[in-house]
Design a protein around this ligand. Structure first.
Ligand code: HEC
Length: 139
């Protein structure tokens, strides 16, 4: 009896599956390193799930700050400590954010450390300071 065409390729199924898993794993890795290189200028590692900087206080920040909206609202923002606090008050006044209690200080420590204006977003360098401009002659 003639074998159905597909059975000739049966021995290829397992190797192909392994190859596919391998490629998928590589792709996942490279997406992650892409996030690392494009989103953050320093050598901080980013949490794969949220894109937030990994730090001992990350879990607390995740618990309080990622329930209502995308963590991108945080990673795209650069504020000084008192401005972060004001933003938290604003969410508490208008968007039902709860009282963070004792966690507020830790959350602010984290935000100030990683998302303050000196931490440039999108890998841009800090603005130049004390630039001495001069006029080009003979133009
Ligand atoms: C109870 C829900 C809730 C929680 C929890 C919450 N937020 Fe928000 N947040 C909001 C809402 C609603 C907005 C407005 C979203 C919009 O404009 O689309 C917002 C907006 C923001 C913005 C953008 C503000 C702007 O300038 O436009 C930032 C930054 C932010 N949140 C940070 C945080 C941080 C940090 C925490 C943790 C302390 C947090 N959020 C927790 C509800 C929440």
């Amino acid at each position: 009896m003639k074998k159905p065409l597909l059975s000739h390729y049966q021995h290829l199924v397992l190797p192909l599956l392994c190859f596919w898993v391998f490629v998928a794993a590589i792709q996942k890795n490279s997406t992650h390193s892409l996030i690392l290189s494009s989103n953050h200028s320093s050598l901080d590692s980013l949490d794969a799930q949220t894109g937030l900087v990994i730090d001992p206080n990350l879990m607390l920040v995740k618990a309080h700050c990622t329930g209502c909206h995308s963590p991108k609202l945080i990673t795209q923002t650069r504020l000084k400590r008192d401005q972060w606090q004001e933003r938290i008050r604003w969410m508490q006044r208008n968007h039902k954010l709860w009282d963070l209690g004792g966690a507020e200080k830790t959350v602010l420590d984290y935000l100030e450390k990683h998302y303050s204006p000196s931490k440039t977003a999108y890998s841009r360098r800090e603005a130049l300071q004390n630039v001495k401009w001069y006029r080009l002659e003979n133009q």
